[in-house]
Design a protein around this ligand. Structure first.
Ligand code: NAD
Length: 484
């Protein structure tokens, strides 16, 4: 069956990638059903695709802004027209519930329009000169070929948030999605870009995992790597790119503090906590993964959060309405279970949930957690809310900052001025007062501090700089004389 027949329950994929590397299965996480098998790209094959993208780049860069903007707007329309196809793939391939998938698609449609307008932005500035007749220009130029390497959790968005601005700024792109979300985060993008009229070679697509990913990083033809994924892989990419002076945009892991002060509105804090900890089964870099709660209100908070957790339905998002779907694969579910078990062995107490059934994990609340437990020190990427208590606000800040990661954080308090002050003390790239940590407004520069990235930012106006190099061109009307 064609990849578009995905909504049929007896779907069996008939699709060839055109590559000859290792075979990987396209698995539906909710059922374990193998939807199909396809070939990855070998290193040699990946290098050929990258070379093809390199050849296509000069012509794409010199196409008018109207051509680039027009294609990106048509792509936005193609996304809208194919919403059902995208939602079904996102549910079946990635275990996404419908509202998550709808938000993700809408964000991509908006970002396609934003990228179209980037193509029309001024391409530089004029600067005055110490020499009266000299014209000084600072112009932005495309990087060349941008390698985009994306994960599986928000596959469409995390591919497109880099692909779209990179194309708008005159780069060609080679996209390497995660093999577990190859269709949602790769094939659909490539096919809809064809419908939008993107010329051949402007977007290359590579199936597979680390092998083609490494080819993208190591091939001298890629001038920039826009990577979203784990801190461990991001670090190895950073090391390679530092050696070759390649530009990077690295958006990495998180272990995000959710602070609840003594004066917080507990109903609202518990609602935010349930969303931030359990949305998409907790498989979000900004997950509210460390709940740091004042000891005087901890019991009320735990009860309110556990009640919300108990009301959530876990199921197969393709066949039923549910709040949580399956985790992406069995080893991820086993990892989450191991974090829970190890922490319980150290004295944590399960308030609700706590036991994985295959790839399904019920929303879990843990109390009596201490800061040395693995559920607190490690990124969970599963639907677990571990709760640590504190006495003083100074202690809350210290607990929040006691991690090498620094992506997102939030603070709940009736005193928003105090919240704003404390936000300044937290070592994270994004801090939200009286909200949860999973916030992404695509027109606002996004990114982390510490080991959550390279402190670059992606989204909105910063994309103009993020996906270009800068060049100073000066022009004198005629040659001048120097002293020697
Ligand atoms: P991962 O690092 O294992 O994989 C991410 C991508 O890198 C995949 O496409 C994978 O195939 C590829 N890859 C793997 N090894 C590679 C190598 N050696 N060279 C080049 N590419 C390679 O990430 P994951 O564990 O699947 O994803 C979850 C992680 O991503 C979490 O840590 C999460 O916090 C992070 N994440 C961060 C953000 C963000 O915006 N900061 C967003 C989503 C996910």
């Amino acid at each position: 069956m064609n990849y578009k027949d995905i909504s049929q329950s007896d779907f069996s994929l008939d699709y060839t990638t055109g590559f000859s590397g290792e075979i990987f299965d396209v698995v539906e996480p909710a059922t374990g059903k193998v939807l199909g098998s396809i070939n990855a790209a070998t290193t040699e094959e990946a290098n050929k695709v990258i070379e093809h993208c390199k050849k296509a780049q000069p012509e794409w860069a010199t196409s008018t802004f109207e051509v680039r903007a027009g294609i990106l707007r048509k792509f936005a329309k193609a996304l809208e027209d194919n919403a059902e196809l995208i939602h079904t793939w996102n549910a079946r391939e990635c275990g996404s519930i419908r509202p998550k998938s709808e938000w993700e698609l809408q964000a991509c449609i908006e970002q396609s329009h934003t990228a179209a307008s980037l193509a029309q932005a001024p391409s530089g500035e004029l600067y005055p000169s110490t020499m009266p007749t000299r014209k000084n220009m600072r112009v932005r130029i495309p990087v060349g070929v941008v390698g985009v390497i994306a994960p599986w959790n928000f596959p469409l968005l995390l591919s497109l948030r880099a692909v779209l601005p990179a194309l708008a700024m005159g780069n060609t792109v080679v996209l390497k999605p995660d093999p577990q979300s190859y269709f949602t985060g790769g094939v659909i993008i490539q096919e809809l870009m064809k419908i939008a009229g993107l010329p051949d070679g402007v977007l290359g697509l590579l199936p597979g995992g680390a092998e083609p990913g490494q080819a993208v990083v190591e091939n001298p033809a890629t001038g920039m790597i826009a990577f979203t994924g784990s801190t461990a892989v991001g670090r190895s990419i950073a090391q390679h790119c530092a050696k070759t002076f390649k530009k990077t945009s690295l958006e990495l892991g998180g272990n995000n503090a959710f602070i609840v002060l003594e004066d917080a509105d507990i109903t609202s804090a518990a609602s935010c906590a349930a969303w931030g900890a359990f949305l998409h089964q907790g498989q979000i870099c900004m997950q509210s993964g460390r709940h740091i709660v004042h000891e005087d209100i901890a019991d009320a908070y735990i009860e309110a959060l556990a009640q919300r957790a108990n009301n959530l339905h876990v199921g197969n998002p393709f066949t039923e309405q549910c709040h949580l779907g399956p985790l992406i694969n069995l080893s991820q579910a086993e990892k989450v279970q191991a974090l829970i078990d190890a922490s319980v062995a150290m004295g944590a107490e399960v308030v609700t949930g706590g036991k994985a059934q295959g790839q399904f994990v019920r929303p879990t609340v843990l109390k009596n957690v201490t800061p040395d437990m693995p559920i607190f020190t490690q990124e969970i990427f599963g639907p677990v809310a571990p709760i640590v208590t504190f006495k003083t606000e100074q202690e809350a800040i210290e607990l929040a900052n006691a991690t090498e990661l620094g992506l997102s954080a939030s603070i709940h308090t009736a005193n928003s001025a105090k919240g704003e002050y404390m936000a300044g003390l937290i070592e994270a790239g994004m801090v939200h007062v009286n909200d949860q940590t999973v916030n992404n407004e695509y027109h606002i520069p996004f990114g982390g501090l510490k080991d959550s990235g390279d402190a670059g930012r992606i989204g909105g106006p910063v994309n103009l700089e993020e996906f270009t190099h800068s060049k100073w061109i000066s022009v004198m009307p005629q040659g001048i004389q120097y002293p020697f």
